[in-house]
Design a protein around this ligand. Sequence first.
Ligand SMILES: Cc1cc2nc3c(=O)[nH]c(=O)nc-3n(C[C@H](O)[C@H](O)[C@H](O)COP(=O)(O)OP(=O)(O)OC[C@H]3O[C@@H](n4cnc5c(N)ncnc54)[C@H](O)[C@@H]3O)c2cc1C
Length: 397
Amino acid sequence: MEKQIEKLYSGFDLYQVDMHFSDKQKALRQEVRDFVEREVMPKINPYWEKAEFPWEIARKMVDLPIIGGGLFEHGAAGLDFVEMGMVMYELGKGDGSISTFYGVHSGLAMGSIGMLGDDEQKARWLPDMVKLEKIGAFGLTEPDVGSNAAQVKTTARKAKGGFILNGAKRWIGNASIADILIIWARDDESGDFGGYVIENPNDTEGVGINDIWGKVGKRAVLNADITLENVFVPAENRLAYVNRFRDMALVLGAGRYGVAWEAAGVAAGAFELALKYTKEREQFGKPIAGFQLIQHKLVEMATEVTLMQTLCLQLSHLINRGLLSEGSVSMAKYNNARKARYVTQLARECLGGNGIVIDNHIARLMLDAEIIYTYEGTNEVNLLLVGRELTGLNAFT
Ligand SMILES: Cc1cc2nc3c(=O)[nH]c(=O)nc-3n(C[C@H](O)[C@H](O)[C@H](O)COP(=O)(O)OP(=O)(O)OC[C@H]3O[C@@H](n4cnc5c(N)ncnc54)[C@H](O)[C@@H]3O)c2cc1C
C-alpha cells in the first residue's frame, strides 16, 4: 500500500492572488506542490544534514513539465512567466537546495544556451538537458570577483580551432555533477565578454573542481571552486550571441526574477509550518496560537508573505507585457530576500526548541534564506540597482 503523505502545506493566499491564475497555471502549481509534498519533504532533511546532493529527488523532477522553464524548443517546458514564478515559489516552499538545483540547471545554464546560443548549439545541448541526462552549471563568480561580476578576470585566448581558458571560479552550483559547464570569460585581446561551454568538465584536462564544504544553508546542493589551467574549448562551444556582459545580463535578470519568487516561497513555507505547529502545540493549557505574542508573529509573517505574493504577481504581469525594468526585478529580489530572512526567523521562534532542529523543516528554510539574501546579486547590489534607476546616479563606484 502506498505510504500516506503528510499534507504540510495549505497554500496560504489571504488576498486571493489565486484568482489571477488560469486553470492551466493552477494545475501546474498543483503538480509541483504534490511533488514537493511527496518527494521533497519526507526525504530532504538527511541530505541537507549530510550535505549530499539528493539525486533520488532531483531525477524525478524530469516527470514534471518544468525543465527548461520559459524555453520552448527541444522539449523544454515553454512556461509563461507566471508559471516560471510559481514553480520557484512551490519548490522554494519545500527546499532551497532543490529550487537552486533547478534554477541553476534549468534557468541559468539552459537559459544561457537557449537565449544566447545559435540553433546548432541549442540542438546539441538542450535535448539531453531537458531530460536531465546532462546537468548544467553556470560559472560567473570568481574568488576575487563577486558583486563586480562584469569585471571577471578569467581569460579566453584564441588558439587553433578554439580558445584556451585560464582563471578561477567560485561558488559554482552543480559544478561537480555537471556535464555542461558554462564559463564566463573575457577575450584576452579584444576584451569581449563570452560564454564558453566545457563539456564533461569533470574529465577535462586543466579543469579542477572542488566542492565547498561547511556551507550553513542550501546544504543539499553542492557549490564548487573551479580552477582553469590552459583549458581548450572548441570554437563551436563559444555561445554565439554574446559579446558584452549586458548580453548575458538577460539571463541574470530572469534568474533574479525566479529568486524573488523563490524567496516568497521559502517565507510562505516557513509561515505555513509555523501556523500549523502553533495551532497544535499547547502550553499553559491551550494552543500557543491563542497567545497574543504568537499571533503578532503570525500576523507579521502572513502580512509579509501576502506582500511578497502580490509583488511577484505584479512583476510577472510587467514581464508578460514587456514593461520590466532592471530596477523592478531588483526591487522584488531586494524586498523578498530580506523579508524571507525575517519571516523564517519569526517562524523558527514560534517553534521554540523544536525550531532548532531540522525535523520541523523551518530551521532548514531559515538557513536557506541566508543564501537567497546573497546570491543572484546581494541585497546591497539589488538595492543599488533600484537606487540607480530611481535617481539616475550610479552608487556602485
Ligand atoms: C550558495 C551560493 C550559491 C551560488 N551559486 C552561484 C553559481 O551557481 N554561479 C555563480 O556564478 N555564482 C554563484 N554564487 C555567487 C554569488 O552570486 C556571489 O556570492 C555574490 O554575487 C556576491 O559576491 P561575493 O560573495 O564575492 O561577495 P562580495 O562581492 O565580496 O561582497 C561582500 C559584501 O560587500 C557588499 N558590496 C560589494 N560591493 C558593494 C558596493 N558597491 N556597495 C555596497 N556594498 C557592496 C556585498 O553586498 C556584500 O555584502 C553563489 C553564492 C552562494 C553563496
